[in-house]
Write a protein that binds this ligand. Structure first.
Ligand SMILES: Nc1ncnc2c1ncn2[C@@H]1O[C@H](COP(=O)(O)OP(=O)(O)OP(=O)(O)O)[C@@H](O)[C@H]1O
Ligand SMILES: [Mg+2]
Length: 501
């Protein structure tokens, strides 16, 4: 790509960007949230047309007008935001738009698409049937289906825009192996990730974007966490994690015998005190998100008891949970956390709209003030509060979801993968905000599949396995091997009970 420029109303997303990828090369594309990574890749993927510059494949200029053109050139794009149809099964998603037809009625050849899908699932180690509907799968596995689709295209260039952001350790390892495998077969891979450890592990070269421009390039020998970060932000980033200062306080949030509809035969009980960040670790499918949805009343079939102080909270009523200040920042921001067609202001103030409303009117000025406070404190990159959320970069959308609940003075803040897709600088910012909230007396429950994050941010860690808590680790026992043992269901001596009585 040579001298690529792309402008949106009020935003110069790309300004004279050039990159090259060789055959069988793994090129990592790094940069802060909103730097222009996804936009650049959407141009090769045929989603956007560039305003300036040209794209060359095999040395020849090409015009990629749409996604089909890209496919024909052998370019496959695994998008940052999930792009699956969840009312269809796995095979239908893999072959979407190029289904083989059969018989006099030209019907989709179901037998063939299922038979052809299976080997790709095997190759990814994805243990689900090709007949499973996508809405029955957790996000991580939906993501793997997207990867299977890219493989089945036999692409020469595969673009992966944060493919591991919803995967856990084992799945991530498998994906990284797959990337190296593709490389051996001569496939070119462009790999976008905020997880710099992964970049270090697989990249042959790193190109860094900053504010829509090339900020520099690192060869294999020059790649390190610090060199990437330095180039990304143009300064040094120190003191990444805010170390825990919390003292144990009496239980404020008590959850007893909670059963989610996903694991109706298992129950979960735990306590958390004011000022505490309680981490929840576990493998994908351990039931962490399900329990949290039950706690905030989003699972109407859940049973159990929830106490906030001495008051008991009705189960299965999200309205009551919100009224008492129990909020959830969900893992699937696009599906569950945002109304992407609305503006930043509207999203931030949506849950507290009654605060801004008189009988007939919504007070726009005070709404804008609240939205602007969040834009500033979270450093949300947007032209202004009136921009539609759908046009923000992935990481900035995540910040809007956070801002929406932060502006409402939470008593219990539940964060499901809070820094997914967030750049290193902004991560530090979010950890600081979480710690501040805790110091002001909130209870914070954080689900995270990022081991570093779990280890450094939590005051205690509850580890789940197949719908149950296998143990809770106090700060000194929060070690990777302890967490891994509990996550696969083993009992260990360091593990404590999750609640007092
Ligand atoms: N369709 C659009 N309309 C308006 N602005 C857009 C549009 N798409 C992207 N932008 C803006 O272009 C800039 C670059 O966005 P892009 O999504 O490429 O960032 P990114 O580097 O992928 O960030 P992240 O790490 O958060 O995913 C951002 O300021 C974004 O708000
Ligand atoms: Mg992006």
């Amino acid at each position: 790509m040579r001298g690529i420029g792309k402008r949106f109303p009020g935003v110069v997303a790309l300004d004279g960007v050039s990159i090259e990828v060789g055959k069988g090369e793994v090129l990592a594309l790094c940069g802060e949230n909103g730097a222009g990574k996804s936009t650049l890749m959407k141009i090769i993927g045929g989603v956007y047309q560039p305003d300036d510059g040209e794209v060359l494949v095999d040395g020849k200029p090409v015009k990629i007008n749409n996604v089909v053109d890209a496919m024909k050139l052998g370019i496959a794009f695994i998008h940052q935001e999930l792009n699956v149809l969840d009312n269809l099964d796995v095979a239908a998603n893999v072959f979407l738009g190029r289904e083989p037809l059969t018989g006099p009625f030209r019907l989709i050849d179901q037998k063939k698409i299922h038979a052809d899908t299976e080997p790709y699932l095997k190759r990814l180690g994805l243990d689900v049937s090709s007949k499973t509907r996508l809405d029955k799968l957790p996000i991580a596995q939906q993501q793997m289906v997207e990867i299977a689709k890219a493989l089945s295209l036999n692409a020469r260039i595969i673009i992966m825009d944060e493919p591991t952001s919803s995967l856990t350790l084992t799945e991530t390892e498998r994906l990284l192996e797959l990337v190296l495998d593709l490389k051996k077969q001569g496939v070119s891979v462009v790999y976008i990730s905020h997880r710099l450890g992964e970049v270090n592990q697989i990249a042959d070269r790193v190109v860094v974007l900053r504010d829509g421009k090339n900020a520099g390039e690192l060869s294999r020998q020059q790649i390190s966490h610090d060199s990437i970060v330095g180039m990304m932000v143009g300064r040094e980033v120190k003191s990444f994690y805010v170390e825990s200062t919390a003292k144990r306080t009496p239980a404020f949030l008590k959850v007893r015998n909670m059963r989610s509809s996903r694991y109706p035969t298992k129950q979960v009980s735990f306590d958390a005190g004011k000022g505490e960040i309680l981490g929840f670790a576990g493998l994908v499918g351990a039931g962490r998100s399900e329990i949290m949805k039950a706690v905030v009343g989003l699972d109407h079939f859940a049973t159990g008891e929830i106490f906030l102080g001495d008051a008991e909270l009705p189960v299965g009523k999200s309205r009551d949970a919100i009224a008492r200040g129990i909020y959830l920042v969900p893992e699937d921001r696009r599906g569950e956390g945002l109304v992407t067609g609305m503006t930043v202001r509207e999203n931030v103030t949506l849950p507290s709209l009654n605060k801004f409303a008189s009988v007939f009117l919504i007070n726009r000025a005070s709404e804008s003030k609240v939205a602007n406070e969040q834009i500033q404190s979270l450093k949300i990159k947007t032209p202004n509060a009136e921009a539609r959320v759908v046009n923000l970069s992935g990481g900035n959308q995540q910040k809007v979801v956070l801002g929406k609940w932060l502006s409402m003075d939470p008593k219990v803040m539940i964060l499901d993968e809070p820094t997914r897709g967030i750049d290193v600088g902004a991560k530090a910012e979010i950890y600081r905000i979480m710690r501040n909230l805790a110091e002001q007396g909130a209870v914070i429950l954080m689900i995270s599949s990022d081991m570093e994050e779990v280890l450094h941010v939590s005051d205690r860690v509850a580890v789940m396995h197949e719908g149950q808590i296998t143990g809770v680790l106090d700060r000194p026992d929060c070690k990777e091997e302890n967490i891994m043992q509990l996550a696969v269901g083993k009992k260990i001596a360091a593990a404590k009970a999750a609640f007092a009585n």
